[in-house]
Design a protein around this ligand. Structure first.
Ligand code: ADP
Length: 711
């Protein structure tokens, strides 16, 4: 492509303005034109004099007519006029009577001389006009060719960088400028980006920039980083052109006194400015007339080419974004663990969509539970990843909490320092979006551009939001997976505990029944045996009852049968029923219960609450005293408190033990399904009450149940 462009450049070079008039004979300079006129007259005389003997006094103008015509053809009106005047003098002096004198005696000769003079002058004027028209037509044809060659060269350029390089190089060549530079506007059309320069220009910044530009062009980059605000004060040529001047021109003087005319033209498409081209012309020769119109067409072509390149790049970027989205979707499609997710996404986004990327996942309290940092520099990335999560609120989370989605095309060192600090940078461009589940902030994603060229636009913001939506779904999925795994583990644990628990009462049951069947039982101990049988059957009934309650509660079938119940009497009866186990455990029970405390409750469920709490107090009470207290509260509710002084519960288990199958002790030391407290809480809540526990390990536990007396 470059070779083709060079070939076209050759065409342009051949058609440069200096050469454009060379197709026509065109003598420049007054002296030369006068000389040609004089020479023509002399030659005509020199040819005519030898013919005198042959022609006599007839046909005196024979050689002078063609001489005047030829002179005006080559030298225009001036040559024609000089040739005509000298011819008249020569004819009069040498050929008309009296010879050797400038007098003309015969009236016919006078008429002939005047006729010759008029004719040759008319011919000269006509030729001059013809010349001018031809010159203009030729110049116009040359301009059209230059414009065509320029368009053809631009047509080969696909990307903005290519268009800029071709436009400035070929634009300089086609316009006959000594040099020029082209500056683009940024995506927001607020900044003139670094110039790309070609040829010799007067602008010192540009000359400095040229080296940078050439270096960068060699690297495939786009130029130095000097930028200029479009809304800046000052009447720079570029700004004048951007503000609507068709061609803004001024004459500048170099340090060595050389003068240059510089013209700036806005490059626009559909009324939107995309950049500015500035062309320098040696001398004070700012383009005029047709050349001006030519430059305007040139700028229009550039504008369209830039617009086309922008569309092309936009499409290219859209395809790249789709590819990134597809890839993110692919890596997140599997069963991704929460901790691995941020880095997996980062790996897809860097370096295609960002130079660095941070993805954080938060828990319900907003604490960061997983963070991934990716960076174009693998060694730097390894260092960043090795850093532990800093305690305290994350800067990324604060940004999304305060502002939602953020797009920053250029940061100052102090802006977003917290986020940039996560990737060890002080400056950069940013896109930050929250990862949302409904209104809840599940995490945040930051795409960071560290190289000058990466500027984020609205499309990138949309891309980041799309990625965030996919990440949100994957986070949800991985949380569900983790919950599922935990639930399966709990179920398996429960099954092994349940089989052990259900089996435990069966062994003594079988032994006692076997002894009874064989008639070997000591009649004196029959009562004891039946009591033992009763205890095991009660235990089995309690376990089966708990299992039935679980299925009832989870199916939403916990029906309450409310009626007036005396809670005080019920607690006393329960304590009485528990005398056996209390005696077996060795714990002394203190009851602090009023005479009567009546409310609208479900008697069976109320007994279940009291029995479960007392059973646990006996089970975990380590033979130490147990206190049960029932009181009426001022707010028309009843409070049951069951306190033991046994093993107690560690702080981290206090909430958990009210969960289904949750236990804070090992199954080897204490039996149980881990269902009792869960059922109690369900019943208490169904009755409109609350339950809580206060405990310290080794110091016992106090369960407090508050129940409203009216349902
Ligand atoms: P289970 O007693 O059958 O294991 P629960 O639901 O009644 O099931 O109790 C859940 C867990 O709470 C118990 O495993 C135990 O770790 C703890 N717990 C309950 N009551 C007490 C208590 N009074 N003292 C110490 N720990 C208790």
């Amino acid at each position: 492509m470059r070779a083709k462009a060079e070939a076209r450049l050759g065409v342009v070079e051949r058609l440069r303005p200096e050469h454009s008039g060379s197709a026509l004979p065109q003598l420049r300079g007054l002296g030369l034109r006068c000389f040609v006129g004089a020479a023509a007259a002399v030659i005509a005389l020199a040819v005519r004099i030898p013919l005198q003997p042959l022609l006599g006094d007839s046909a005196v103008f024979a050689t002078f007519y063609p001489a005047a015509m030829l002179a005006s053809w080559y030298g225009g009106f001036v040559s024609g006029a000089v040739a005509s005047a000298l011819s008249v003098v020569s004819i009069d002096y040498f050929l008309l009577a009296p010879h050797g004198s400038l007098r003309i005696e015969r009236p016919a000769d006078r008429v002939a001389v005047v006729a010759f003079l008029v004719c040759s002058l008319v011919v000269s004027v006509t030729q001059e006009r013809l010349h001018r028209r031809l010159r203009e037509a030729t110049a116009q044809a040359a301009r059209i060719s230059r414009l065509q060659a320029f368009s053809a060269a631009l047509a080969e350029a696909a990307t903005t960088a290519q268009v800029v390089a071709v436009a400035v190089r070929e634009g300089v060549a086609a316009s006959g400028a000594s040099g020029g530079m082209l500056r683009l506007l940024d995506a927001e059309r607020r900044l003139l980006l670094s110039p790309v320069v070609h040829g010799a220009t007067l602008d010192r910044r540009a000359i400095g920039a040229r080296r940078g530009a050439e270096d960068r062009r060699a690297e495939g980059g786009s130029g130095p980083s000097a930028t200029m605000r479009v809304d800046a004060e000052g009447a720079s040529l570029a700004l004048r052109a951007l503000r609507g001047e068709e061609i803004a021109s001024e004459v500048r003087r170099g340090a060595d006194g050389t003068e240059w005319a510089t013209s700036a033209l806005a490059l626009a498409a559909d009324g939107h400015a995309l950049g500015v081209i500035e062309l320098d012309f040696r001398g004070r020769n700012a383009p005029e007339g047709a050349e001006r119109a030519f430059l305007v067409s040139l700028a229009r072509q550039c504008g369209h080419a830039l617009d086309r390149a922008r569309l092309f790049e936009g499409e290219h970027r859209a395809l790249a974004r789709l590819a990134v989205l597809a890839e993110v979707g692919r890596v997140l499609a599997g069963n991704v663990a929460l901790e691995a997710l941020p880095n997996l996404v980062g790996r897809v986004l860097v370096p295609g969509a960002a130079d660095a990327c941070v993805l954080e996942v938060y828990d319900d309290a907003g604490a960061c539970v997983a963070r991934g940092v990716s960076h174009v520099e693998p060694r730097f990335e390894a260092r960043l990843r090795a850093q532990p999560l800093a305690p305290g609120p994350s800067a990324l989370r604060s940004a999304v909490v305060d502002h939602g989605s953020v797009r920053v095309s250029e940061t100052d060192p102090d802006d977003h320092a917290g986020i940039l600090g996560l990737v060890g940078a002080r400056r950069g461009t940013l896109v930050v979006v929250p990862i949302l589940r409904g209104a809840q902030i599940e995490g945040a994603l930051a795409l960071i551009g560290l190289r000058g060229g990466r500027r984020y636009g609205d499309d990138d913001l949309t891309l980041a939001e799309e990625i965030a939506a996919r990440a949100a779904a994957a986070i949800e999925q991985s949380r569900l997976n983790a919950e599922l795994v935990a639930a399966v583990r709990v179920r398996d644990d429960f099954l092994s505990v349940a089989s052990h628990e259900l089996n435990t009462p069966l062994t003594p049951l079988r032994l006692h029944l076997g002894a009874l069947r064989r008639g070997r039982a000591d009649p004196a101990k029959m009562g004891e045996r039946f009591a033992a049988l009763d205890r095991q059957v009660d235990r089995l009934a309690q376990l089966v009852g708990q299992l039935l309650d679980v299925s009832r509660i989870t199916a939403g079938r916990l029906a309450l049968e409310r009626s007036p119940v005396d809670f005080a009497a019920l607690v006393r009866e329960t304590a009485q029923r528990m005398e056996g186990p209390l005696a077996a455990s060795g714990s002394a029970l203190t009851l602090d219960v009023p005479e009567s405390l009546v409310g609208s409750w479900d008697a069976i469920r109320l007994e279940q609450i009291a029995t479960n709490l007392l059973t646990n107090a006996i089970k975990y009470g380590e033979r130490r005293p147990i206190e049960v207290r029932l009181e009426a509260l001022a707010d028309a509710s009843a409070r049951l408190t069951v306190r033991d002084h046994g093993i107690g519960i560690a702080a981290e288990h206090l909430e958990r033990i009210f969960g289904r199958f949750e236990r804070a002790v090992s199954v080897r030391h204490f039996g149980g399904f881990g269902l009792g407290l869960w059922i109690v809480r369900q019943v208490v809540e169904a009755l409109g009450g609350t339950i809580r526990v206060d405990s310290l390990p080794g110091e016992g536990a106090t369960f407090t149940v508050d129940l409203p007396r009216e349902g």
